[in-house]
Design a protein around this ligand. Structure first.
Ligand code: ADP
Ligand code: ADP
Ligand code: ZN
Length: 215
């Protein structure tokens, strides 16, 4: 049983570490960004609403996000725990999550905050490539696929996200500072924050996360 959150700026490595965490602990990976991208791909109403915000590098309005996140947390596979990646991103969302957990007699075990300096975030995000089929994340220099443009895991085509352009990335980092960074203090006060240095080798970062989560 493990209930945890991945906090950190865009490009910190949340998605990359999430894949390793859910494999080790056997819990579902819940990424609100992935849910929105899936809805955009399928042309749903939710996708249409979310897309305009995402393309500008802004946050999708709280009411929309809270609803999709709590709906997801109600599914059976979350009974034994979950890893939230990219949610909550505002104090309002964190408060709503607390209310939800309280109403269901649940508590967060640990909140993992992955920190990386801005210059490195820019390099990581503008070089990020994602698999169209399975969502796996690569980097053209840091973590290249074996065959250029092709996913190692499923053979799917790699592409660059619309919001990983230089201009949008700058804005997303500013939005993070203004709206999401207050959550670091929020969870520090709650007493369950683990601060992880996200720079450097991804296996070292993972080892630090496992230390914080417990074996
Ligand atoms: P990153 O990999 O940069 O951390 P995500 O895939 O988590 O990005 O999110 C991409 C975009 O989806 C965000 O820039 C935002 O527009 C939207 N989004 C995802 N999660 C949330 C959330 N919890 N609140 C508001 N917007 C969100
Ligand atoms: P987030 O979900 O926080 O936005 P990602 O996990 O998608 O971040 O990582 C952003 C980019 O940085 C991707 O291209 C990924 O391959 C790369 N990356 C992730 N972790 C590391 C690391 N430890 N060192 C170098 N590059 C990394
Ligand atoms: Zn793939």
């Amino acid at each position: 049983m493990l209930r945890t959150i991945l906090l950190g700026p865009p490009g910190a490595g949340k998605g990359t570490q999430a894949v390793k965490i859910v494999e080790k602990y056997g819990i579902p990976h819940i990424s609100t960004g992935d849910i929105f991208r899936e809805n955009i791909k399928n042309g749903t109403e939710l996708g249409k609403k979310a897309q305009e915000y995402m393309n500008r590098g802004e946050l999708v309005p709280d009411e929309l996000v809270v609803e999709i996140a709590t709906d997801r947390l109600l599914k059976d596979d979350c009974k034994e725990g979950f890893l939230l990646d990219g949610f909550p991103r505002t104090v309002f969302q964190a408060e709503k999550l607390d209310e939800f957990l309280q109403a269901h007699g649940q508590k967060l075990d640990v909140v993992i905050d992955i920190e990386v300096e801005k210059q490195e975030l820019l390099t990581r995000l503008t070089g990020r490539r994602v698999c169209r089929k399975c969502g796996a994340s690569y980097h053209i220099v840091n973590i290249p696929p074996k065959k250029e443009g092709i996913c190692d895991i499923c053979g799917g085509e790699l592409f660059q996200r619309d919001d990983d352009t230089v201009e949008t990335v700058e804005n997303r980092i500013e939005v993070y500072k203004a709206q999401t960074m207050p959550l670091v203090d929020y969870y520090k006060k709650a007493g369950n924050l683990a601060e992880i240095d996200g720079s450097g080798d991804l296996d070292r970062v993972f080892a630090d996360i496992v230390k914080a989560l417990g074996e």
